[in-house]
Write a protein that binds this ligand. Structure first.
Ligand code: SF4
Length: 570
């Protein structure tokens, strides 16, 4: 199996040391990305860790595909114990950082400890004798700086581009539980509050630079070129509208959460649709090496507002869910979240929750003000910065989260398989973990389409999808490669048997589950605010556990005291 190359670099913020160690044994089992991070986290993070304490470890990694020039590979993976869900959480960002990360020459980098002084950590290619080259730069001048200002600073002081930088905004410094790690200015490791973890360690920014990957020569199969060609010639609507292209369909089939989840369709959907986003798009946007180019640099000529996006989930969270029907207002919230460093889904949902409590749906000015108050923990923003799960009671609102993670779109009350997938996901209510919604809209061909209501026959497909997505996240390949990176191609690109890869993906899901079990997670956490709306939910959940070989209480057998059982052959 192809895998990432190089040692693990451990950056200790308390002692300001950097050490490298080989991890060939782990790389033999996991190609990189989420799988590699998860295996390392399982072994190296104490199960009882405080997510915002010095013993939590944050991992960054790429996979083998980042040595290629193939489309759908401009991404990388981050993993830590989440301050939002309290469980192990992996998040994935696009942009251009991945190639600079591989240039620094490490398969993975972990951050541990904490610094009282705000730091930038500059990771460069190791010296010829393998000694890590890591600079710890005090950056008190960047305290409170917004994301693009951080990039500007390192362009000036270190001649680095935004594509070399991963950083946090004010939200990460202020411990907002859904703070993101931003890279390339506008791309986010968004879900689960990993920006707050970086902030708790006193890290404002990390940069990666070097040419170590130039020495890595991979004999790629023809599939690499075929994938790239098909990405370039695809006529997918996503190339024009990104994921916002699904907004009107979601609205038509009653799967667009609106007015803080009290409704599932929005009368103002036309004002925030993919067509509106396309009207504002002023140039192509992409991630490194990707010819699919589905990103959305947008501009509103009337106000001069520029941002990247909004994608569908942001349209939902700051549009329909907030009762806001003007795409420019949604763009404004998107841009604030990017600059302040926050996940647009969680932030939009918690803002919508507050609008409901104040009967202020549709008040875009208030939305923008709340986003800023949250990032700086000012006024009511201090409470909202805790997220929906911790704050809902104070505002008399329902808890629209799973495992503490706020819901995206693709409403599970309509798309019932996606509903069950929200419940089973180890990182909480996330649409890309099980990514079941394409079957149920459907966004797939007739032969793969599923009736959206009910769970008959769906648990095996949820298991299969979760496992395959764990392979993609470990490889690291973008999930928008649907239909292009086929099962056969995936196996050849990774030089592995497909069934072995799927077993590896299952092992990643299981390791996450075992880690979370050790922190007290069980069946009670695999739930939804609307279980009664899905016929056969409990039976479907039991079937899911049985298919995985787990106990009916949602725990994994064989992992007591941190043991990791061998992978079965079948
Ligand atoms: S398909 Fe879109 S999100 Fe995925 S790597 Fe390409 S440009 Fe980035």
């Amino acid at each position: 199996m192809r895998h990432a190359q190089g040692p693990l670099l451990t950056v200790d913020l308390t002692n300001r040391t950097a050490t490298a160690e080989p991890i060939d044994d782990v790389l033999a089992d996991f190609p990189g990305g989420r799988g590699l991070n998860t295996r390392l986290a399982y072994d190296r993070i104490p199960f009882d860790v405080d997510p915002l304490g010095p013993e939590n470890r944050l991992y960054l990694s790429t996979g083998p595909m980042q040595y290629s020039t193939t489309s759908y590979t401009g991404r990388m993976s981050a993993t830590a114990v989440s301050p939002l869900t309290n469980g192990l959480c992996s998040s994935n960002a696009g942009g251009f950082l991945s190639r600079n990360f591989t240039g620094a020459g490490y398969a993975a980098v972990e951050f541990v400890g904490e610094s009282e002084e705000l730091l930038a950590v500059h990771v460069r290619e190791a010296d010829a004798d393998g000694t890590p080259s890591v600079e710890f730069e005090p950056v008190e001048d960047l305290a409170g700086a917004e994301v693009s200002a951080v990039s500007d600073r390192f362009a000036e002081s270190h001649d680095l581009a935004a594509e070399n930088v991963a950083c946090i905004g004010p939200a990460g410094e202020n411990g907002v539980r859904f703070a993101s790690i931003m890279t390339s200015d506008t791309r986010a490791f968004g879900r689960g509050g990993l920006g707050a973890v970086l902030g708790s360690k006193g890290i404002k920014a990390v940069t990666f630079d070097g040419d170590a990957d130039a020495a890595i020569d991979v004999d790629w199969p023809d599939d690499a070129g075929d994938v790239h060609r098909e990405a370039a010639t695809s006529d997918s609507i996503m190339k024009r509208q990104g994921t916002a292209s699904v907004t009107e369909l979601a609205n038509e089939v009653n799967a667009l959460p609106s007015y803080y989840f009290s409704e599932r369709s929005f009368e103002g959907a036309a004002g925030i649709s993919g067509d509106r986003v396309e009207e504002k798009k002023y140039k192509k946007g992409t991630c490194s090496a990707c010819a699919f180019a589905c990103k959305l640099p947008t501009r509103d000529e009337a106000t001069g507002l520029e941002t990247e996006g909004p994608e569908f989930e942001t349209v939902m969270a700051f549009g329909s869910n907030a009762g806001v029907d003007d795409i420019v207002d949604v763009m404004g919230a998107n841009e604030l979240c990017d600059e302040l460093g926050m996940d647009t889904i969680s932030c939009g949902d918690v803002v919508s929750m507050f609008l409901e409590s104040e009967d202020e749906f549709g008040n875009a000015e208030l939305v923008h003000s709340l986003v800023e108050q949250i990032a700086y923990r000012e006024g009511v923003g201090d409470k909202l910065a805790e997220g929906v799960h911790r704050a809902h009671e104070e505002f008399g609102a329902a808890d629209w989260s799973v495992k503490g993670l706020e819901f995206p779109g693709h409403d599970g009350r309509t798309l019932n398989g996606q509903g069950l997938a929200f419940a089973t996901s180890n990182r909480g209510a996330d649409h890309m973990y099980g990514e079941f919604y394409p079957y149920e809209y459907p966004l797939v061909g007739k032969e793969d389409a599923l009736e959206p209501s009910g769970l008959d026959g769906k648990p095996p497909k949820i298991v299969a999808k979760e496992n395959r997505n764990a392979v993609l996240d470990s490889a690291v390949i973008c999930k928008f490669s649907r239909g292009v990176v086929t099962d056969d191609r995936l196996a050849r690109l990774l030089d592995a048997d497909y069934e072995d890869l799927i077993r590896m993906g299952g092992r990643v899901v299981e390791l996450e589950r075992a880690f979370n079990n050790a922190r007290g997670f069980d069946r009670d956490d695999d739930t939804l605010p609307y279980v009664d709306a899905i016929d056969g939910f409990e039976a479907g959940l039991s079937e899911y556990y049985e298919l995985r070989g787990w106990n009916d209480d949602g725990t994994v057998p064989g992992y007591a005291d941190g043991d990791v059982p061998a992978v079965a052959d079948d």
